[in-house]
Design a protein around this ligand. Structure first.
Ligand code: UTP
Length: 472
């Protein structure tokens, strides 16, 4: 019969969390085992500290007195440098020194889709999934550069199995299974607003993924970093699962990281307004950091240069490159403590009768760490401006801003732009809006060059008004 270890029990009690054992004696053996395993994973000494600092009071992000906007390489005026960077990036790809990393452990609550977000059918015309966009693109790039591009995919304990199943069903989108490496991020227990940890069932804590900041340590703990060393991977191209427009590897971005010998790089988008919901790249004490949009004081967000442009104009679309060595250094010793960020959520919990229900209002706190909090740990950070229309179509909601709807439009627009540049006539309304839905198979087109090849091969001259096309 399973009994809870005395040492563990006293640590739980000392942390003020004895209520978690309330149903323990009523559980069957499997339930007891499950709960004991979860409880054994928790750092109990830390729980009262987290409750005090993040739950019982609202943590405030301190704005350093010397905070200044970060400078970055602008799209215009650096043509010669970019040409060298692109050549370097292509060389690194040919040498097989670049891998992709997709973070796909989030719960996608805003999308309200009951499966891993990466399986969402985002194609504007076909039902091509987010994962297929990346997988096919990686396959095309690796074909083009004649070298492997290993793909690391971070899942959570909740969606790992369903994610792998999807990849098996889709035959890994033609990729070699050995080049796709799934790994699982850590979890954090959720707190009630009174600082007590929550049970989501009689035999389970309310656990949730520990944020995309969990990626770095999970890379170490899963053996992914060891595999990178074995494969000779030097640069890690990082992107989120909900942005199908991203270039899975940007030769310019990866090449510039290497040329500049930077430890980490971030793509910068010029913000559309002072309150656009993007993190802000800033400098303090000589280090680059991101201040979340919700934490940047209005007077700073509004601050303008003499020409009227925003001072804090550099926004983050969460696209990064990392040197492998930087991640190794950060996680040596098998630990990495990034700051926690608080989010108040509606967390399924037990009612007085021990049955699970989801409350109508936020009843608890989830703590997450964010990957961008690793930026200040680097001595040398590369900030490179990107063209929004070419690389950023976040899919957070079903409709409206940053939605499935807006993302599909942006994919069609991106494809229209590529086809137009290759000489194809594109149907547009009087207001310039695109009058067609255009999908291009990422298996055949991963960049502008490929689009030209596709147009030549197909002899395509024009897209018909109102057409819904998939070009392969
Ligand atoms: P979001 O912050 O948009 O969160 O994640 P989400 O969980 O996907 O969506 P909501 O907020 O519940 O609606 C941005 C990226 O970070 C990944 C997500 O999968 C997405 O690619 N992520 C987020 C993780 O991998 N792990 C996490 O713990 C959180």
């Amino acid at each position: 019969m399973i009994e809870i270890d005395c040492g563990l029990k006293s640590r739980i009690i000392a942390a003020g969390q004895a209520h978690l054992l309330r149903y323990f004696n009523e559980l069957d053996e499997a339930g007891k085992r499950k709960l004991t395993e979860q409880l054994a994973e928790i750092n109990w000494e830390n729980i009262p500290v987290l409750a005090k600092d993040y739950v019982l009071k609202r943590p405030e992000t301190a704005i350093p007195a010397d905070l200044a906007p970060a400078d970055y390489y602008r799209l215009q005026g650096n043509e010669e440098l970019f040409a060298r960077a692109e050549a370097k990036g292509r060389e690194l790809l040919r040498q097989g020194k670049v891998c992709c990393l997709t973070v796909a452990g989030g719960q996608g609550t805003r999308l309200g889709f009951d499966a891993p977000k990466g399986t969402y059918p985002i194609g504007p015309v076909s039902d091509r999934s987010l994962f297929e966009y990346f997988g096919s693109s990686i396959l095309r790039m690796s074909e083009k550069y004649g070298a492997k591009i290993p793909w690391y995919i971070m899942t959570s304990p909740i969606n790992r199995e369903a994610t792998e199943k999807f990849f098996r069903e889709k035959k890994f989108f033609g990729l070699d299974e050995a080049d796709v490496f799934f790994f699982t991020q850590g979890t954090m227990p959720a707190f009630g607003l009174d600082g007590k940890l929550l049970l989501s069932a009689r035999d389970s804590l309310a656990l949730s993924p520990d944020g995309h900041g969990g990626t770095l340590l999970a890379l170490r703990r899963s053996g992914a970093l060891d595999k990178m060393v074995k494969d000779g991977t030097e640069i890690v191209s990082y992107f989120q699962v909900d942005n199908p427009l991203v270039e899975v590897v940007s030769p310019r971005f990866a090449g510039l990281l290497a040329l500049e010998n930077s430890e980490v790089g971030a793509i910068v988008l010029s913000k559309t307004g002072p309150y656009e919901k993007l993190g802000n790249f800033c400098i303090s004490s000589g280090r680059t950091q991101i201040i979340e949009y919700s934490d940047l004081p209005d007077e700073l967000a509004e601050k303008r240069n003499a020409d009227g442009s925003l001072q804090y104009s550099a926004g983050s679309p969460a696209i990064h490159v990392f040197s492998r060595k930087f991640i190794e250094g950060l996680t040596s010793g098998n630990s990495l403590q990034l700051p926690w960020h608080r989010a108040d959520k509606k967390i399924p919990v037990l009612d007085g009768n021990g049955n699970t229900f989801t409350p109508a209002e936020p009843n608890g706190v989830k703590l997450e760490s964010f990957i961008f909090d690793a930026l200040p740990m680097a001595e040398k950070v590369l900030l490179l401006e990107g063209n929004r229309a070419e690389l950023f179509a976040p899919t957070k909601n079903l409709t409206g801003v940053d939605s499935v709807e807006s993302c599909r439009k942006m994919i069609s627009e991106r494809n229209a732009g590529r086809l137009a540049a290759a000489g194809v006539a594109i149907p547009r309304g009087a207001d310039g809006s695109l009058n067609a839905e255009i999908e291009i198979d990422p298996r055949s087109v991963c960049d502008d060059e490929d689009a030209v090849i596709l147009v030549k091969k197909s002899g395509l001259k024009a897209i018909e008004p109102g057409a819904k096309v998939v070009l392969e």
